[in-house]
Design a protein around this ligand. Structure first.
Ligand code: ADP
Ligand code: S3P
Length: 182
């Protein structure tokens, strides 16, 4: 039912690193009969197969953010996609003009859960810090007001499975589609 209502409009998943945007995005794509895109993966391909970590090293965060905007601009030309964005996509005002082509879903996950998921992760350059939990906390503080501009906020609790979260997203979409008439 939700896929009929969506009429091919893209779903953009936003939220902090480790929020589950890729994991939940893939499940949503399956349920909706949509394609799935992870902007970080497209960026890596566009950068000749360099990893996000390598890109941060070579081009700095500024270079990475430029590529991120270019990739977002390209992706939003398509329809019927669930798109897992990078956690920092919300910080550039320009990116919002692309995100608003679709329905924006914020996976809001507490820092304690994010940290538990990412404590051993080495693929997120911004977390290679002496105090990764503090870093997550400060990034969330800086970005919270931006994430909250999403059309739909899904607050995730400890122990909720990706499938349960995807189901909640699908259940809540009809309620936000009506007021914004996308
Ligand atoms: N609901 C969940 N419960 C437990 N682990 C999860 C959940 N969602 C995602 N994960 C795990 O957390 C990590 C980060 O998930 P990922 O989808 O890559 O996040 P993001 O794309 O937002 O950075 C992965 O190891 C993934 O398996
Ligand atoms: O929060 C951020 O600024 C970033 C999040 C990462 O994506 P995920 O949210 O998929 O981890 C990736 O784009 C890059 O490391 C920067």
């Amino acid at each position: 039912m939700t896929n009929n209502l969506l009429k091919g409009v893209n779903l953009y998943l936003v939220g902090m690193m480790g929020a589950g945007k890729s994991t939940v995005g893939q499940i949503l794509a399956q349920h909706l009969g949509y394609g799935f895109v992870d902007t970080d993966s497209v960026i890596e391909k566009a950068a000749g197969g360099r990893s996000i970590t390598q890109l941060f090293e070579d081009e700095g965060e500024v270079g990475f953010r430029q590529l991120e905007t270019q990739v977002l601009a390209q992706v939003c030309a398509f329809t019927k996609l669930a798109i897992a964005t990078g956690g920092g996509i919300v910080i550039k005002q320009e990116n919002w003009s692309y995100l608003h082509h679709g329905l924006i879903v914020w996976l809001d996950v507490p820092v304690e859960i994010l940290y538990a998921r990412l404590a051993e992760d080495t693929t997120r350059p911004l977390l290679q810090d002496n105090d990764p939990k503090g870093k997550l906390r400060s990034l969330l503080e800086q970005r919270q007001h931006l994430y909250s501009q999403a059309d739909l906020r899904i607050t995730v609790s400890e122990g909720e499975t990706p499938e349960q979260i995807a189901t909640r997203v699908l259940d809540e979409i009809p309620g936000v589609l009506k007021p914004i008439e996308k």
